[in-house]
Design a protein around this ligand. Structure first.
Ligand code: NAP
Length: 537
């Protein structure tokens, strides 16, 4: 690679992405006295909550466990209206935060980064945007998330379809008219499960194409009273401390006992209680061996199967909605509100793709192996090229021009999820191998704090360049893979392993260790920085 500049870089740091973790990273780096610019592809801030504006999009962690904990002012000035805030409220929240922290002057919207090249001569990064602009910085921080690159199904002829088709993660800003329309939804992951009941009573007819059923848990969402808002505000430190201690950074934590240590009646009573609790309680406040012992897992999976059979009137449809290939929570369980009841409606049809595959799209709709179906709108709730996907969409080259695409060909390789060997001065928040199986802002906060302290360390000593050592990275990769190997997660095909992307090599994309382990590893690495090589000019 040739040197791209002879003068000092324009910025100390560039953060890519103005989502939940990008905004926080910008704030913290700026606090350090650095010149920082955030480049954001969207026309607004909020990341996930800017893009995923499909009907029904909402949180699956309790609102008050998802917001920022670092600021008393933000905690007191912002009032959540529901246990699980919907997309419009979250988008408002991130706009409020951007204003409250005066972040906007440092955010360049409508700016998609196409390439990022490390320049060894100047120990800095040159970024080019899709509209031809160039930015240079000493440090680059990828805050591009793990679920920001939509995955489109390979359906022949989709562009010839005369109606509209939309991916849930690229939902238009203008209202999409669905009332009285014939609508197809492809995909029954968390996005599809939220969308389907939200539109079922508006559309004339809804056809759901399901490749694999998912185990869903009721969200039991509810609107807040003024008393609850006041109570949450008064207890925010206690909530923060709880979220710091739980393995996943949620308000939920697992029980000490095994599902097999208690009687069938006791198990049933607990499952009923968790079924009626909020959010991820059923997966995260369950018996400790839910995800390590298949026999234990079977007990809760059977419980949910019975619930599905009770809620879905047609036994054949109920059976199609019950997963056979994996147990509960072996994939991230969608949270639902009236999802199963949607299939009791006369205007909703479920098509299992194993029995009736889609052959192609036509001008009028979709052709399956059995029939031609006419639609006005096709909705693709087909998920994401997750984990490594968002960063690999950018042409990233490091030391000696080596491409990240090649380095990650067999799966992610990072040190602590924050640095990559061969890519000096490139930090990651909320990317692969960095705690993203948990509550994303909670783990992102840990990473951003670590990065800021590392940059402070460099600044104080006049270091220009940081590199991760290969031995330390290798040890982290082994550790990160080890966090999942003994769990039942590794027995399912999910986006956690890239299984949803045709041709993607199966590799664990996340970090499944506990928050306390992750925090102590970060703390340890930041104490003496023995796993890193620093260079001064
Ligand atoms: P997803 O879980 O990957 O689900 C995508 C769905 O599309 C699956 O049913 C998948 O089937 C199907 N699909 C993919 N490609 C297909 C194809 N070519 N033909 C037919 N069907 C196809 O994606 P998601 O629902 O967008 O959720 C992804 C993650 O985002 C979630 O696990 C969660 O972490 C996060 N999320 C969270 C919320 C929330 O509640 N806050 C909401 C949405 C998303 P297979 O299962 O067979 O692959």
């Amino acid at each position: 690679m040739t040197s791209t500049q002879s003068t000092a870089p324009q910025f100390d740091a560039i953060v890519i992405g103005a989502g939940v973790n990008g905004l926080y990273t910008l704030y913290r780096l700026r606090e350090l006295g650095l010149s920082v610019r955030t480049l954001e592809a969207g026309a607004g801030v909020g990341g996930t909550w800017y893009w995923n504006r499909y009907p029904g999009a909402r949180l699956d962690s309790e609102s008050y466990s998802y917001g920022y904990f670092f600021s008393e002012e933000i905690q007191q000035e912002w009032s959540w209206s529901e246990e699980f805030a919907g997309q419009p409220e979250l988008e408002r929240y991130f706009n409020f935060v951007a204003d409250r922290l005066q972040l906007r002057p440092d955010i360049e919207l409508n700016t998609r980064v196409a390439s990022a090249h490390y320049d060894a001569e100047t120990a800095s990064w040159t970024l080019r945007t899709t509209d031809g602009r160039t930015f240079t910085a000493r440090f680059v921080v990828f805050a591009t998330g793990i679920l920001s690159r939509p995955l489109f199904p390979e359906i022949t002829g989709l562009d010839e379809f005369s109606g509209a088709y939309h991916h849930t993660a690229l939902w238009p800003h203008e209202p999409v008219e669905l009332a009285g329309k014939r609508v197809a939804v492809i995909g029954t992951g968390a996005s599809g499960v939220q969308l389907i009941p939200s539109i079922a009573d508006q559309v004339e007819h809804l056809t759901v194409f399901q490749r694999t059923p998912n185990w869903c848990a009721p969200s039991n969402n509810f609107h807040f009273s003024a008393e609850r808002v006041a109570d949450l505000k008064s207890r925010w430190r206690e909530i923060r401390d709880t979220c710091r201690e739980t393995p996943g950074g949620f308000i939920h934590s697992p029980r000490d006992e095994s599902a097999l240590d208690v009687s069938a009646d006791e198990r049933q009573a607990l499952y009923e209680k968790l079924w009626n609790a909020t959010g991820l309680a059923l997966s995260h406040s369950n018996f400790r061996d839910l995800l390590t012992n298949r026999e234990a897992n079977d007990t809760v999976s059977s419980f949910i199967a019975e619930k599905i059979r009770t809620r879905v009137h047609n036994p054949d449809v109920a059976d199609q909605l019950i997963p056979k290939d994996h147990g509960f929570a072996m994939k991230r369980p969608p949270l639902e509100t009236n999802y199963y009841e949607a299939y009791n409606r006369d205007n909703v049809e479920l098509i299992s793709l194993d029995k009736e595959p889609i052959v192609r799209a036509t001008e009028q709709g979709l052709e399956t192996t059995r029939r031609n179906l006419d639609f006005d709108v096709i909705i693709l709730a087909t998920g994401f090229h997750a984990g490594t996907g968002p960063m690999l969409k950018v042409d990233i080259t490091g030391e000696d021009g080596a491409a990240l695409q090649d380095y990650w060909a067999d799966g992610p390789r990072t040190l602590l999820g924050v640095l990559v060997v061969g890519f000096p001065n490139m930090f990651i928040v909320s990317g692969p191998q960095g705690g993203t199986a948990g509550n994303i802002p909670r783990f992102g906060e840990l990473q951003a704090n670590w990065i800021v302290e590392c940059v402070r360390h460099m600044k104080e000593r006049g270091y220009q360049k940081i590199e991760a050592t290969p031995e330390a990275e290798e040890a982290w990769v082994e550790h990160a893979i080890g966090t999942v190997e003994k769990t039942l997660l590794s027995q399912a095909n999910s986006w956690y392993f890239g299984s949803n992307v045709p041709g993607k090599k199966r590799a664990f994309q996340l970090y499944a260790g506990s928050q306390s382990t992750y925090r102590s590893r970060l703390d340890e690495a930041g104490r003496e920085y023995q796993d890193f090589k620093f260079t001064s000019e």
